[in-house]
Design a protein around this ligand. Structure first.
Ligand code: GDP
Length: 208
């Protein structure tokens, strides 16, 4: 099983004894960069034809990384492709809801507040918030990785982290609470926190 990589909308891991660590997010938030950092594999980078729209499962020896296709509308995909991608993600989660799922939603903290305010003025919920509320029902744990923190000035960070925490229903940002994780795939900030969190999920599953 070592080094197994599975591709395709129909991936079925229902019989696995290992936890599934799910990564979901809009396109361009840095999901591939984060998965490459954790897995050491360059699966979706280079965007091999077809791989941008299907889930990818990477076996890591004691857990599976599930790399979901970039969700939501983007310039890269047509509207019907975007709906197909959303359906693939929901179908995957639905099929695996009896598994030990741990979810990470990835956002880009340098653009999220503006996007959120723009959508709010149109009464639209951002896709990350919809995903968060959906995934919480099926996952043993759901966190939000706020990637691209390197783009913010030190002074802006706490203010922005408090802002996004409130959007996701928390009172404020709490360091090391592991609910909103400031991260940078570029500088590796947050990498050890994320690795340790994944290890704790894997160890918990072993003890069960
Ligand atoms: P994906 O579409 O979500 O898989 O995003 P990619 O991993 O392909 O990254 C999209 C772009 O954001 C690329 O140009 C990356 O180099 C850049 N990027 C990813 N993570 C970071 C980060 O933490 N900081 C900065 N400044 N850029 C990043």
């Amino acid at each position: 099983m070592k080094d197994d990589i599975l591709f395709g909308p129909e991936i079925d891991l229902r019989s696995t004894e290992y936890p599934l660590i799910l990564f979901v997010g809009r396109s361009n938030v840095g999901k591939s960069s984060i998965i490459r950092l954790i897995s050491g594999k360059k699966v979706r980078i280079g965007k091999k034809s077809g791989t941008t729209v299907i889930p990818i499962a990477i076996f890591m020896g004691s857990y599976w990384i599930i790399d979901m296709p970039g969700i939501g509308f983007s310039a890269k995909h047509s509207r019907s492709d975007s709906f197909k991608i959303s359906k693939t993600v929901i179908d995957f989660i639905d099929r695996h809801k009896e598994c030990a799922i741990y979810s990470f939603i990835i956002e880009d903290i340098s653009s999220f507040p503006q996007i959120y305010l723009k959508l709010k003025s149109k009464n639209i919920e951002p896709i990350s918030l919809l995903l968060f509320n959906y995934l919480r029902n099926f996952s043993k744990y759901t966190s939000i990785i706020m990637n691209k923190i390197d783009k913010l000035r030190k002074k802006e960070r706490i203010e922005q982290l408090d802002f996004v925490s409130k959007v996701f229903g928390f009172e404020r940002w709490v360091p090391r609470s592991h609910l909103i994780i400031p991260f940078s795939a570029k500088t590796k900030e947050g990498y050890y926190e994320l690795k340790m969190l994944i290890d704790s999920f894997v160890n918990k599953k072993r003890k069960e």
